[in-house]
Design a protein around this ligand. Structure first.
Ligand code: SF4
Length: 542
């Protein structure tokens, strides 16, 4: 069955077998599979009777496809279900480890159009249900006469796509580089091939706009300001503590509703974990800064180098509501013997130091990292770029269980990072300075309550790895003892309701301080929900 026949069967369940077969037998349709024009017609006849469907199929038979495909909005899916995505060019592994230059080059316009055109425009886009932010990826928008931002990209309307993405989040170029893209996991093309590169296309439109604005009479800052033009300024003030993804999102959303926002950040620079945890080669600081500047351009007051220690003071200063998005910045220790030796450097602290500009020279050093997430991978790849001779990651489960993004794992391997699976450290050995790590081999037994198979040590399988530096990278914890006026969980996080409200009226929270160390898009979604909660709270207070 062609995709067209399949879609027709889904939209109009009373379509007869003969009609579907007739449709499947159309050579041209089979070759083209699905085209935008007929799809639009399909949407119009959705739910109607067999008569309209028959008329539609008859009109398809009459169609001159050679002419139809010349029409600019007509996009073809040439390989039904056997799809491969358009790859983005990457620096070679040899080039990569020589510098912190961005590894993945963006799409060219033609590539982006071709990739976006792979979307078969599912009547109910599964991709959108997977996005915690509810991004308008590919559902039909009557106001734009397009199928989400993929449809706009496919027809070359990049600025419109950028504007549409901004209605959901202000940091598309950032998100397009670091999101773990749960949308793509649900894309139907993934069942028989590679899903549409939804995330990279988001990056493309933002990069395109930031480049194009150099030649335009207006900039993306002007586009941002459209969000507040005509919005009545409110008297109420909101304090946002922490400038990571959750804080940026909540600031953007509330500024768009006319609130007066003050963004507090304890460091000198904004961005939170986006700045201090993600290396330059994955997320250039200039890209992040550009998007932060656009948000600040909405009239947000910023107070950097300001560590808030008491929320009562903020209420006394006249803030009507407070959002806490201070993340989970504390590195965790493994509690191993010898962890106080010189040469132990938690991965999170290491990345923070490097990303904030500290000079570290690992020339000729051997580094061992424990963990399986992106922090472990980033610590390893950053160590290579700082001259390390040998970098190894020790992980207690197998490769498929590693929580790091699969392409980051492959990239790390290609760059020369050694991966030791089914192994765990037992103790660190050295006089004053670290010299070796004793590890033990593991095996996986039955699943625990998390559903993952549990690793247990294999007796008498200890082995030694020589090393100069040991980096535990096993997750981050929060630092919120100062929030003792709020109810806190036993895991040191802040419990909130569905709109980010904490146990204290007027105080909201989101991001890692609520979820524990989690992913960027979840923090953004928390910020979005909290903005709605704060808006509702402030309106009720009036
Ligand atoms: Fe397009 Fe994939 Fe979304 Fe379907 S699930 S609408 S193919 S991006």
């Amino acid at each position: 069955m062609t995709i067209l026949a399949y879609v027709l069967a889904r939209l109009c369940p009373d379509t007869s077998e003969e009609v579907l077969e007739d449709l499947s037998n159309l050579d041209m349709v089979d070759e083209l599979s699905i085209i935008q024009g007929p799809y639009d017609v399909l949407m119009k006849i959705k739910g109607r009777g067999a008569k309209e469907v028959n008329t539609f199929v008859e009109s398809l038979k009459m169609m001159d496809f050679a002419e139809v495909v010349k029409y600019p909005r007509v996009r073809t899916l040439k390989k039904k279900y056997e799809t491969t995505r358009i790859d983005m060019e990457k620096l070679s592994p040899e080039e990569r480890i020589e510098s912190f230059a961005e590894v993945i080059r963006g799409y060219l316009s033609e590539e982006a159009i071709e990739e976006a055109s792979r979307c078969v425009q599912c009547p109910k886009p599964f991709c959108e249900t997977g996005c915690p932010l509810g991004m308008p990826v590919s559902s039909y928008r009557e106001d734009l006469d397009a199928r989400g931002y993929l449809g706009l990209i496919a027809s070359g309307q990049f600025e419109e796509a950028y504007r549409l993405i901004l209605t959901t989040s202000p940091i598309p170029a950032t998100l397009g580089r670091v999101c773990h893209h749960p949308c793509e996991d649900l894309c139907v093309l993934g069942h028989r091939g590679e899903p549409v590169s939804i995330c990279r296309l988001k990056r493309f439109v933002a990069d395109y706009m930031y480049e194009q604005e150099k030649h335009l009479a207006y900039t993306t800052r002007d586009i941002f300001r459209e969000f507040i033009s005509g919005v009545e300024k409110k008297k109420q003030r909101v304090a946002v503590i922490g400038s990571g993804p959750a804080g940026l999102q909540v600031s953007f959303d509330l500024a768009g509703l006319g609130y007066n926002i003050t963004l507090f950040e304890e460091l000198e620079v904004l961005g939170g974990m986006l700045r201090w945890e993600i290396p330059e080669y994955r997320l250039p600081k200039s890209v992040l800064q550009k998007e932060i500047n656009n948000i600040l351009n909405l009239g947000i007051e910023v107070r950097t180098n300001t560590r808030i220690q008491n929320i009562d003071n903020l209420f006394e200063e006249g803030y009507d509501a407070i959002f806490i998005g201070v993340g989970a910045p504390m590195s965790k220790s493994l509690g191993l013997p010898g962890e106080d030796l010189l040469g132990v450097y938690p991965g999170e602290d290491f990345l923070k130091d490097v990303n904030l500009g500290k000079y570290i020279d690992f020339t000729g050093k051997k580094i061992v990292i424990v963990g399986g997430g992106n922090t472990a991978l980033d610590s390893a790849r950053t160590s290579l770029r700082l001259g390390a001779k040998q970098v190894s990651i020790v992980y207690r489960r197998r490769r498929p269980q590693m929580p790091g993004h699969s392409h980051e794992i492959s990239d790390a391997e290609a760059e020369g990072v050694l991966l030791f699976f089914l192994a765990a450290p037992l103790k660190l050995i050295g006089e004053d300075k670290l010299e070796m790590i004793e590890c033990i081999r593991m095996k996986l037994v039955e699943a625990d309550e998390s559903g993952r198979r549990r690793p247990i040590p294999i007796e008498h399988s200890e082995f030694l790895i020589e090393t100069d530096v040991f980096m535990p990278a096993i997750g981050r914890g929060t630092d919120i003892d100062w929030l003792n006026s709020l109810e806190l969980s036993e895991w040191g996080t802040i419990p909130v309701d569905e709109f980010g409200a904490t146990s204290r009226p007027g105080v909201f929270a989101g991001g890692d301080v609520v979820n524990g160390a989690s992913v960027v898009v979840e923090a953004l979604a928390d910020g979005k929900r909290a903005a709605q909660g704060i808006h509702k709270y402030c309106q009720e207070k009036l």
